[in-house]
Design a protein around this ligand. Sequence first.
Ligand code: KIV
Ligand code: ZN
Length: 379
Amino acid sequence: MSQRVYIFDTTLRDGEQVPGCQLTTEEKVVVAKELERLGVDIIEAGFPVSSPGDFRSVVEISKAVTEPTVCALSRAVRADIDAAADALKQAKRGRIHTGIGSSDIHIRNKFNSTREQILEQAVDAVKHARNLVDDVEFYAEDAGRADLEFLARLVERVIAAGATVVNIPDTTGYCLPHQYGERIKYIYDHVPNVDKAIISIHCHNDLGLATANTLAGIMNGARQVEVTINGIGERAGNTSLEEIVMAMKVHKDMGFVTGVDSTRLFPVSQLVSQMMRMPVQANKAIVGRNAFAHSSGIHQDGFLKHADTYEIMNPHEVGVPKSSIVLTARSGRHALKHRLELLGYKYDKPTLDGIYRRFLDLADVRKEVNDKDLMELVR
Ligand code: KIV
Ligand code: ZN
């Protein structure tokens, strides 16, 4: 039996923090409805105390979606928590996400505080939030660099105070996959009340390891993942939703499932990219322009014989209309013949060889040869 992993989407909170990516409330509602259609379990809609606009966005998203839980961020500060609870009043299911730094670097430099004071503030915040809503998630910021024994104590205390979910963020994207996995395992092994809450994974991509670290977290027991569409987020970004969903889907033998309709991944990726004015890199896994494009002769030949030779998933599964064969100077005869046939031209071998030679001359100049170029060439 597969185990369910909950998808917590933070495109509209951590993703929207990126300079230039800000959305209006109306735009956020459009994205939130698409996330609901995609099948995410939780939408982190904003940080209500941060601005009147963010407050309004959480209110409007709470009214607009019915299936996912709507989550609002706060610091471990009563005024923040009150604002989050107010903004969530109309949500069918609302969650407050409160928390504080857990590494000594944060405790000393950011809060000028001590571990003991942090424990007290965390417990007070969770208790206060639980008086206002039933679902409270606690984040132990910079848990990736926190002292493990202290982190376990903090997790135990916030669960005892009523946290339903505990988030172990690698805020600075510092950990290697085995280190992050070991942190999650340590929590499961050392926190006596851990089964009373869901442990959540929130990874940043500073070393390009966010997806790998998130998978390591799941494999060590975490059952919620915090992700964004296209991996947008602070600095190098957050774990990308599409990568984590498809990693679990392609590797079914891992035994994890999500509620996401993967055929919506590409359309939602395009929508977020356009609305947030954030282009998707061409070689981005799953949703990039080249994710299903084959350009070298060896790959094209194999792909044309059988798609499985060079594709580990069908583009339809992620909502990409079709794979593509890109004609470049690295392309072979098989791909050229295939494209010409699609255009209605069939040639014997000697003629095709001649066209191929002229095609290579053109491709060296043009970089990519399109259908119009090809038709001129054969004419
Ligand atoms: O990266 C982080 O630690 C965060 C928290 C606010 C959850 O985004
Ligand atoms: Zn974050």
